[in-house]
Design a protein around this ligand. Structure first.
Ligand SMILES: [Zn+2]
Length: 284
């Protein structure tokens, strides 16, 4: 897909599983289990999808996947699965390597978004996965991540990203910014504090990456808000504003965790907002 000067590609980096009840908050299982069937441990399958935004100078990656060095216990709890997809293989399939990435926008530092930002070297030291990239996070979010709420502290694994900061690779941004022409970082506070969402537009065509504000196409309807969110009523207000703009501006929504659809349009029906037609996000 192209928007203006940028070529946009969805890259799969793996799969994992989270509790279906936690993923859908107050929504009863009879409603979500049809679209997102639970396994025998009540978990639903989720994608770990990154978005690549490329022009002739930059290769920007949004989020890094979960990463590959997890111990057996956590791999089992979260069903972390790299049998089908791995970041390096997906990059190789489009003729790229981790060295080609120039910028990494991390929406927020939860382990399923930032876990792939670093890896453990043979000598045990933690190194950036993308050696030539500048990584971006909001200062307010970084401060929250090193001192999180009891509600989302289990989602932060500091050893995956604190070394990036210490090595001077992680740039702390102060609020909303147009990072490159037509690539806007917008803030969202419902899921966690100062999450970065990304809007790419050429004035005619727009794609919006809502991060974990809307993690899958099943979360487009307004009351479908994750139990994980720190401030669900803020998520609700943010979704109202974004979805109304998405319908009027004919935006494409990107989903980092949707097991089937990398992106869809949005429709407003008699019953409220719904995900519309799937939009292709292949390499070419
Ligand atoms: Zn999250």
């Amino acid at each position: 897909m192209h928007i203006g000067r940028y070529k946009l590609t969805a890259l799969e980096t793996g799969r994992f599983y989270l509790d279906g009840g936690a993923m859908f908050g107050v929504i009863p299982k009879v409603l979500w289990n049809k679209s997102n069937p639970a396994d025998e441990r009540n978990r639903i399958e989720l994608a770990l999808r990154t978005l690549l935004i490329r022009d002739d100078k930059h290769c920007i990656m949004v989020d890094t996947g979960i990463g590959e060095n997890w111990d057996e216990k956590l791999s089992d709890i979260y069903g972390i699965d790299h049998s089908k997809f791995m970041l390096k293989n997906s990059l190789a399939s489009i003729g790229m390597s981790t060295k080609d990435i120039t910028d990494v926008i991390i929406t927020h530092l939860h382990f399923d978004h930032a876990g792939g930002a670093t890896y453990v070297d043979k000598d045990g030291s933690i190194r950036p996965t993308f050696p030539n990239a500048t990584y971006y996070i909001q200062r307010k979010h970084y401060e929250w991540a090193v001192k999180p709420s009891l509600k989302d502290q289990a989602s932060f694994v500091g050893e995956k990203y604190i070394p990036l900061y210490e090595q001077g690779k992680l740039k702390l941004l102060e609020g909303e910014v147009e990072l490159y022409p037509g690539i806007f970082i917008k803030l969202s506070d419902g899921h966690t504090i100062a999450q970065q969402t990304i809007l790419i537009t050429d004035g005619k065509r727009t794609l919006y990456h809502p991060g974990d504000m809307i993690p899958t196409s099943s979360h487009v309807p307004l009351p479908f808000i994750m139990g994980y969110d720190n401030f669900p009523l803020i998520t609700l207000e943010e979704k109202k504003s974004i979805l109304s703009r998405a319908v009027s501006g004919d935006w494409i929504l990107f989903f980092e965790h949707d097991p089937k659809y990398p992106a869809t349009s949005v429709e407003k029906t008699e019953k409220g907002y719904r995900a519309g037609k799937p939009v292709g996000m292949n390499a070419e």
